[in-house]
Write a protein that binds this ligand. Structure first.
Ligand code: HEC
Ligand code: HEC
Length: 309
């Protein structure tokens, strides 16, 4: 069973588990009086308080000893039945991971009929359907809002999903792919190729692409660096490449920030940004519906409904 740990840790777990039981039994037997019906003579400890309050050293009661031995027997039984020793699954073959999987499958079967209706509808119709939007919003609030915000408008380094500006593409299949498989945005660092002042010139040029305030003298050198190091991913005109997740640098929509300091930091140190895959957390039906909801945020012709409303 690959669910189970092997070698050293198996022995470690077995030693702790069996050792605990053996230790309890040794402790009981070491008291020797463990099953005697009558106790001949009770020792006293020699401690006396208030003149006549004597501390006795009575043995452990018989019922208590028997109960403890029974518990040890139960424990040994559990070791045989369940995967308690770190070796193999035990006689019952129980596995909590399998139980979770079974519960997941049961849940998926229960919700499948709710989604069946949407499987037959086009993506655009799902995005407009009132009930589907309610479900989508709830899925979003439960699974996505912690990063993208309850209004889906994102925050620094977490993209706005309601602005119809897409790092990885806004076509239905692209959004479904983003949610299913996740995305890994990687801007490599250029600190070894560009000095801080060269990076700063480049940042001036990048700002000029969006029409932000910039120094017209410095963007000449900046464009030279951009053409040498940046066009491979961001394109000659800076409009980006959704296949690489390289953002459009000309639209004045910023993932990490538009200040010169922030752009210089991006250039010198690079950026790494992860959208976690959801395929093990949601069914395909749920992902399609959620993708339609996200798509609808910026495509439902003026009918945009922010998630928090
Ligand atoms: C742990 C944080 C986190 C969670 C949770 C998360 N995302 Fe993301 N998501 C990100 C980050 C970060 C990016 C940007 C990745 C990049 O920079 O390339 C992203 C990108 C995206 C994109 C691509 C945006 C674009 O412009 O192309 C979509 C769509 C998206 N997320 C939808 C979702 C949905 C739907 C959920 C809920 C199932 C979700 N995300 C959950 C962090 C998260
Ligand atoms: C290998 C591809 C690649 C190259 C080359 C590259 N970038 Fe990037 N760049 C990316 C990716 C991918 C991201 C998005 C990172 C993320 O998801 O966080 C990015 C992000 C950025 C951002 C952040 C945009 C925002 O909205 O906050 C800036 C600015 C930027 N790049 C500028 C540059 C400059 C200037 C150069 C040349 C010195 C350059 N890039 C070279 C791939 C690249």
């Amino acid at each position: 069973m690959n669910d189970f740990v092997s070698s050293f840790w198996s022995y470690w777990i077995a030693t702790l588990a069996l050792g605990g039981v053996v230790f309890c039994l040794i402790l009981l037997f070491s008291q020797r009086v463990w099953l005697k019906r009558e106790i001949d003579q009770v020792e006293d400890t020699g401690h006396v308080w208030d003149g006549d309050l004597t501390e006795l050293n009575n043995p452990i009661p018989r019922w208590w000893t028997i109960m403890f031995i029974l518990l040890c027997v139960v424990a040994l039984g559990m070791f045989v039945l369940y995967p308690a020793l770190g070796f193999g699954p035990g006689v019952t073959g129980y596995s909590s991971a399998r139980e979770v999987r079974a519960n997941q499958i049961e849940l998926q079967e229960r919700i499948a009929p709710i989604y069946a209706r949407y499987a037959e509808m086009s993506f655009e119709d799902v995005a407009k359907d009132a009930e589907a939007r309610e479900i989508g919003q709830r899925l979003f609030l439960n699974n996505c809002a912690q990063c993208h915000g309850s209004d889906a408008r994102g925050a620094a380094s977490f993209p706005n999903l309601a602005d119809n500006d897409w790092i990885w593409g806004g076509e239905p299949e692209q959004i479904i792919h983003t949610i299913t498989e996740g995305r890994h945005g990687m801007m490599p660092p250029w600190g070894s190729q560009l000095s801080p002042s060269e990076a700063s010139d480049t940042a001036q040029y990048v700002r000029s692409l969006s029409g932000l305030a910039h120094d017209p003298m410095r963007i000449v050198a900046g464009k030279r660096h951009f053409d040498a190091f940046c066009v491979a991913c961001h394109g000659a005109d800076g409009t980006g490449n959704t296949a690489l997740g390289a953002p459009n640098l000309t639209d004045n929509i910023w993932l990490h920030g538009s200040s010169e300091a922030s752009i210089v930091q991006t250039i010198l140190n690079g950026r790494e940004n992860i959208m976690p895959p959801q395929k093990n957390l949601m069914t395909e039906d749920q992902i399609r519906l959620l993708a339609a909801w996200v798509w609808g945020l910026s495509n439902n012709d003026g009918n945009v409904v922010a998630a928090a409303n």
